[in-house]
Write a protein that binds this ligand. Structure first.
Ligand SMILES: Nc1ncnc2c1ncn2[C@@H]1O[C@H](COP(=O)(O)OP(=O)(O)O)[C@@H](O)[C@H]1O
Ligand SMILES: [Mg+2]
Length: 227
């Protein structure tokens, strides 16, 4: 079953008379609960595609349809509520609040949304990510891999339908990066969360259901249609 798709999606950046087609007529459909890796050289449009799919950025042309709703028909406020409730984000940089413990960082999005945390769910999540014994630590006392796992827990605290991740293992060594990917795969399976991640990590092939390679803003290779 499809959860999100894009149709003829394009993003053109103009500077003076030059135009960069960062994303160039991309149409893709993603299955509910699927795990997709987006790869490609630097500058191939991976981040731009992720930003468009997740409503962080508006396209020059084309549509993003999330559960039969056109994202860009929403106004900014509706879109930000949708992003906060239904989408989670993980970036290369950890972006944790240095003064708050791991636990407080994880709870922050739930608190900001004035909702009550689901303790049982959060316990399951932090157990699964192997950070249950690190929750009272400040980010500075955690390793890079642990900090990124805290970021993943934070991104999932609101029980999103889709987790978008842009180079989540980019700052980690190869082995730690692969451990984090394996955990993301486990979380996706166990909680049924759709994952769309941009990565250079060659080990991702073992985890992903599908690998999409971009070249100059277009889909150059797509290993699989949606399940
Ligand atoms: N805000 C922007 N303004 C102008 N050009 C941009 C902007 N963001 C990205 N680009 C250009 O769009 C292309 C794709 O960028 P990006 O999506 O960041 O690629 P990737 O994530 O694959 O490295 C590149 O040529 C980049 O320079
Ligand atoms: Mg990028």
């Amino acid at each position: 079953m499809e959860i999100i798709r894009c149709e003829n999606l394009s993003k053109i950046y103009r500077s003076g008379s030059a135009a960069v087609h960062a994303v160039d007529g991309v149409s893709l459909s993603f299955g509910q609960g699927s795990f997709t890796a987006v790869t490609g050289k630097s500058g191939s449009g991976k981040s731009t595609l992720l930003h468009l799919l997740s409503g962080l950025d508006r396209p020059t042309e084309g549509q993003v349809i999330y559960q039969e709703n056109d994202l860009f028909r929403y106004n900014e406020n509706q879109l930000s509520v949708l992003r906060r409730r239904r989408f989670g984000f993980v970036f290369q940089a950890y972006n944790l609040v240095r003064e708050l413990t791991a636990q407080e960082n994880i709870l922050l999005p739930v608190m900001l949304d004035h909702r009550k945390p689901d303790e049982e769910y959060l316990k399951r999540l932090t157990d699964m990510l192997g950070i249950d014994d690190r929750l009272t630590h400040l980010p500075g006392a955690l390793s890079g891999g642990q900090q990124q796992r805290v970021c993943i827990a934070r991104a999932l605290a609101n029980k999103p339908a889709i987790l978008f991740a842009d180079e989540p293992t980019g700052n980690l060594d190869g082995r730690t990066g692969r451990e984090v990917l394996t955990l993301m795969r486990t979380v996706s399976n166990e909680l049924g969360i759709t994952m769309i991640l941009v990565t250079h990590d060659t080990g991702v092939a073992e985890q992903a259901d599908r690998i999409i390679r971009l070249e100059d803003g277009r889909v150059a290779e797509d290993s699989g249609v949606m399940a």
